[in-house]
Design a binder for this molecule. Structure first.
Ligand SMILES: *[C@@H]1O[C@H](CO)[C@@H](O)[C@H](O)[C@H]1NC(C)=O
Ligand SMILES: *[C@@H]1O[C@H](CO)[C@@H](O)[C@H](O)[C@H]1NC(C)=O
Ligand SMILES: *[C@@H]1O[C@H](CO)[C@@H](O)[C@H](O)[C@H]1NC(C)=O
Ligand SMILES: *[C@@H]1O[C@H](CO)[C@@H](O)[C@H](O)[C@H]1NC(C)=O
Ligand SMILES: *[C@@H]1O[C@H](CO)[C@@H](O)[C@H](O)[C@H]1NC(C)=O
Ligand SMILES: *[C@@H]1O[C@H](CO)[C@@H](O)[C@H](O)[C@H]1NC(C)=O
Ligand SMILES: *[C@@H]1O[C@H](CO)[C@@H](O)[C@H](O)[C@H]1NC(C)=O
Ligand SMILES: *[C@@H]1O[C@H](CO)[C@@H](O)[C@H](O)[C@H]1NC(C)=O
Ligand SMILES: *[C@@H]1O[C@H](CO)[C@@H](O)[C@H](O)[C@H]1NC(C)=O
Ligand SMILES: *[C@@H]1O[C@H](CO)[C@@H](O)[C@H](O)[C@H]1NC(C)=O
Length: 884
């Protein structure tokens, strides 16, 4: 019974040992060049499971060593991968961060290419040089604590020699073994003292360290059949510890020598001892461990059948790189020194930090998403500098801090699909260029979360949706989204003129649908103005009509060209036939119909004398206006400034103002979206000309639908520009303190700061846009939200754009075009003038809207021909005065 149980225990122990030995947890065993169908396999002798490298590297070719070498090589080294293309080729390994790894790379040339030349290339560990491979059969090993969850091992071509690799092996170690003060360990040798030729590795060595036997003639072999206690943190194989040697001559020292290149390289040694002989009572074995004659440890006596490791706590150096380690018997020792095993490592520093791990994950996601097979896109994206990935730029000022990716240029790279999430992880990106690809989908909001971004170029793609508000709101960001035909609110950001200058401009904001600032601003003004102007909430209309000269309405010249544009008062009386026919009451006076040269119709505005700021200013102003010519500006034909009589003579606009056509006052209701768009495009062009084409730039100050006039061909022209500078609005006397404009259209910022810019016109223009979209009154007290911007904002938050659309359009419009227009309007209405688009941008956007609308199936309208306009009901030649 007792025998049975001891047998049972023996078997039990054996099973435990085997189970422990078979444990490959965390091992990475890569047979480079193995064809995937043969992967994985269990290697003979070790039983380790090797897998192909196919999933770990995208480049290289596979090969095998020549037949004649096969008998001398372990199975995993029979195949190899070689790298004829590219300078740096890298393996990407998934590891566990903060883990102490034994990492081995095996290179067996074996004349795989039939050229029979020794290799010579560099091996890199991430961004750092590991070693130069120059032997035809070598294994490189390091012990390294990983910092990240991924690891790159790179082969770098340094000359004509083509890099190759046969085996890659990673074994996780316990944390506290082979610890160093700093740096990693590069294996110099790992020897056990035996006169056999057997190499010991897995499964005998649980860490799969490879032990080579060492023996010298001056030694005598000592072995034991007893078990040696190997339970130390180094978990040495029993086969290593059950053999040892002592010098043949008992008085001799036991010497081990080696050399170190370069000579000053610090190293660590680990000397493993266990007393294998049973000592008699009067025997002692005691020795000192010396290096180059200096005592480093001792006196020391190995423990019977128990493993102990003598290790350096600080790195050592040998003079001249020639090391002599001696075990020197002490005087009292009766037995010679004994050695079981020894390992030595040089310290290897990997000073260059890897690129920020999250950024690496991000850029790899980009690479995988877009299947970018660029040969340079291997290994660390940023470092070493000579291997910087093509299209990237990095910030790498200091090797001890992780480099960061500062710029990514993937323009014209044939990218398809959506903008990948991976970019989100490039949190230090300043410059992102994805232009001229085939990217689709929406512009992701996460771009706005990348704080560092200064410049995004997404032009020339096929992005859809709208530019995220958060992105537009980002201060100091230059955003180019030109050439994305389906993108809403495009090109608000880089106007065409700015593209070449590459000037950084502030991005305008799309007013948030629920932008409280806008609404409150608009509301405040509305009430304040209401108070100021009493019942005259909707300022005086400024409609008037002008004579058509019958020439092309696109002519940039005014209708009537007279050498001398200054008319006498008596001439004005003749022109107007004694002020017979009133056309309307304009902003600064009554407008009369008239004829110049007997046939050509004009509109004559008689300025109320009291409104004049002063004769000199008026004259200067008028001289200026006479020089302003644009097809979308109502031309000033001449003026009269005789004494107290001031008059302006304009070209005649047969179809009155846009407001009439929106309200149906003229029985000419414009119910076609394309026509409305065409009218606002033209008005925008006129305004743009005032802002950019005039020197000095001119701010209109009173953009509104009643100041958009239509000629007989329904060409839109902007009226009443340039005057408000010298004429205060009716009823007000102190120009400097007066905010000029029409309630509802008035820029809240202008009102607040009394600071007039072109952007005030942009605001007013935004209101005009909302009017043509909604056909609602600018201010309507029957609405819960009286102000149109407020009302639209509220409707938009409720969701459906149809809620705000003018029902009389009957849904007959391109929704992209409408959305774009709505967004543009909201952009224009941003409470901050700096964030509104410029008129150039507005013109561009509206043209895009028009293109969208016109490209709608067969809905192209010849807007130069009145016959094709669906507004051609009755054409009157007169605008009835509107008094409100
Ligand atoms: C294998 O080793 C790992 C770590 O050393 C341990 O967590 C795991 O339990 C072991 N598995 C077996 C089957 O022994
Ligand atoms: C490495 O990890 C990544 C992410 O966890 C995974 O997608 C990839 O498949 C892994 N690669 C290998 C070879 O296991
Ligand atoms: C390496 O080179 C030596 C000398 O040229 C040769 O004897 C040996 O067989 C080669 N080994 C391999 C694996 O190529
Ligand atoms: C190794 O040493 C032992 C004991 O000294 C001896 O019996 C054996 O023959 C030696 N083996 C070899 C290969 O030298
Ligand atoms: C070793 O040294 C001691 C004293 O120094 C001497 O008596 C002894 O003979 C020496 N043994 C051998 C083998 O040389
Ligand atoms: C060991 O080294 C010492 C000093 O260099 C030398 O005197 C001695 O002969 C060496 N012993 C052997 C066995 O080589
Ligand atoms: C040690 O003791 C043994 C007997 O136990 C004896 O034969 C031997 O000579 C002694 N050796 C020494 C050095 O005293
Ligand atoms: C061994 O080391 C001790 C302590 O360092 C020293 O006193 C002794 O002289 C050394 N013995 C020999 C033989 O070197
Ligand atoms: C981004 O980084 C996080 C770690 O912060 C990582 O978990 C995630 O997988 C990365 N995302 C991508 C798309 O690479
Ligand atoms: C762009 O995308 C739209 C829809 O999102 C699609 O209809 C159009 O064909 C695409 N254009 C190109 C050039 O791929």
């Amino acid at each position: 019974m007792e025998r049975y149980s001891s047998v049972f225990i023996a078997i039990f122990v054996l099973i435990l040992r085997l189970a422990q030995a078979q444990n490959q947890t965390g091992f990475i065993s890569v047979d480079c060049g193995l064809s995937p169908p043969e992967s994985p396999y269990n290697a003979p002798q070790t039983g380790l499971t090797y897998a192909s490298d196919a999933g770990l590297i995208n480049s290289g070719k596979t090969g095998g060593i020549a037949k004649e070498f096969e008998p001398f090589v372990d199975k995993p080294a029979l195949t190899l991968r070689y790298f004829p293309d590219g300078v740096r080729n890298c393996y990407n390994l998934n590891v566990t961060r903060d883990t102490n790894y034994l990492i081995k790379a095996t290179f067996v040339y074996g004349n795989y290419d039939g050229l029979n030349v020794d290799p010579n290339f560099d091996l890199y560990f991430g961004p750092n040089l590991w070693t130069t491979v120059s032997s035809n059969d070598t294994m490189e090993e390091i012990i390294h604590v990983t910092k990240f969850n991924s690891l790159q091992i790179c082969l770098v071509k340094t000359g004509i020699s083509i890099p190759f690799i046969n085996v890659l092996e990673l074994r996780p170690l316990k944390k506290n073994v082979y610890a160093t003060q700093s740096g990693s360990l590069k294996n110099l040798f790992r020897l056990y003292i035996s006169n056999s030729s057997r190499r010991i590795r897995f499964p005998d060595d649980v860490y799969d360290r490879k032990w080579y036997p060492l023996f010298q003639n001056s030694w005598t072999q000592v072995t034991t059949n007893l078990n040696v206690n190997i339970s130390t943190r180094y978990e040495l194989p029993e086969g290593v510890m059950t053999t040892a040697a002592t010098p043949l001559n008992a008085n001799e020292t036991l010497n081990i020598t080696w050399t170190i290149e370069p000579p000053t390289t610090p190293f660590y040694s680990y000397i493993h001892f266990a007393e294998l002989q049973s000592l008699r009572a009067n025997d002692t074995r005691e020795f000192n461990v010396t290096l180059d004659g200096d005592n480093t440890f001792g006196p020391y006596s190995p423990k019977p059948l128990k493993t102990e490791t003598v290790q350096d706590l600080t790195p050592e150096q040998c003079s001249g790189g020639a090391c002599l380690l001696q075990l020197v018997k002490t005087l009292q020792s009766t037995l010679p020194p004994l050695l079981n095993a020894i390992e030595a490592f040089t310290v290897i520093d990997f000073p260059q930090m890897e690129t920020n791990e999250d950024e690496v994950a991000g850029i790899k996601n980009v690479q995988n998403t877009y299947v970018l097979n660029r040969i340079s896109w291997q290994g660390d994206p940023c470092v070493p500098k000579q291997f910087l990935w093509d299209g990237l730029n990095c910030n790498n000022s200091d090797i001890s801090t992780p480099p960061i990716i500062s710029s990514l240029d993937l323009s014209s790279s044939g990218l398809t699909g959506v903008i990948t999430q991976g970019i989100q992880n490039l949190t230090n990106l300043q410059y992102l260029d994805l232009s001229d690809n085939k990217l689709t989908g929406e512009i992701p909001k996460f771009l706005a979360d990348i704080q560092s971004l200064l410049d995004i170029n997404l032009s020339g793609n096929n992005l859809t949706g709208s530019v995220p508000l958060s992105l537009l709101q980002k201060k100091g960001l230059k955003l180019n989204v030109e050439g994305n035909p389906h993108l809403l609110c495009t090109d608000l950001c880089v106007s065409k003129g700015d593209v070449h200058k590459k000037k950084s401009i502030t991005v305008p904001i799309i007013a948030s649908i629920a932008s409280i600032a806008v609404l409150i601003g608009a509301l405040a003004i509305f009430f304040v103005l209401k108070k100021k102007t009493g019942s005259k909430v909707e300022g005086p209309p400024t409609s008037y009509v002008q004579a058509s000269d019958g020439r092309s309405p696109r002519s940039a010249k005014p209708a009537i060209v007279t050498k001398n544009r200054r008319f006498t008062y008596s001439e004005v009386m003749i022109i107007t036939n004694n002020f017979q026919r009133i056309l309307g009451k304009g902003g600064f006076g009554i407008v009369y119909h008239g004829f110049v040269n007997g046939t050509e119709q004009v509109a004559v505005k008689i300025l109320s004398h009291s409104s004049s700021q002063g004769y000199k200013q008026f004259k200067a102003e008028v001289e200026l206006l006479l020089r302003v010519h644009h097809k979308n500006l109502v031309g000033l034909v001449g003026y009269c400034d005789e004494g107290e009589n001031l008059a302006l003579i304009y070209e005649y606009m047969a179809n009155g103002d846009l407001k009439d056509h929106m309200s149906g006052t003229r029985n000419q209701f414009i119910s076609n979206w394309g026509t409305r768009l065409k009218i606002v495009v033209e008005s925008a062009q006129g305004l743009e000309y005032l802002h950019n084409g005039c020197k000095p730039p001119m701010v209109h100050r009173d953009v509104k639908t009643t100041n958009i006039l239509l000629n007989e061909k329904f060409d839109a022209k902007l009226a009443d520009f340039g005057l408000s500078r010298s004429f205060p609005i009716e009823g007000e006397t102190h120009v400097s303190t007066v905010v000029v404009g029409t309630p509802g259209y008035l820029d809240p910022e202008y009102y607040r700061k009394n600071w007039l810019t072109e952007k005030s016109d942009v605001y007013s223009f935004g209101i005009v846009l909302l009017e043509i979209i909604t056909n609602q009154h600018v201010i309507d007290h029957s609405r819960e939200k009286p102000h149109i911007a407020e009302w639209v904002g509220e409707m938009l938050t409720k969701g459906d754009i149809r809620n705000i659309m003018d029902p009389s359009l009957n849904g007959d419009y391109d929704s992209t075009s409408v959305w774009k227009a709505v967004e543009l309007a909201m952009c224009c209405l941003n409470s901050s003038s700096a964030r509104r688009p410029t008129m150039s941008q507005v013109v561009f956007e509206l043209n895009e809207c028009l293109t969208c609308e016109n490209s709608r199936g067969g809905a192209i309208r010849d807007i130069d021909s009145t016959s094709s306009l669906d507004v051609s009901l009755t054409f009157t030649t007169q605008v009835s005065p509107i008094a409100r």
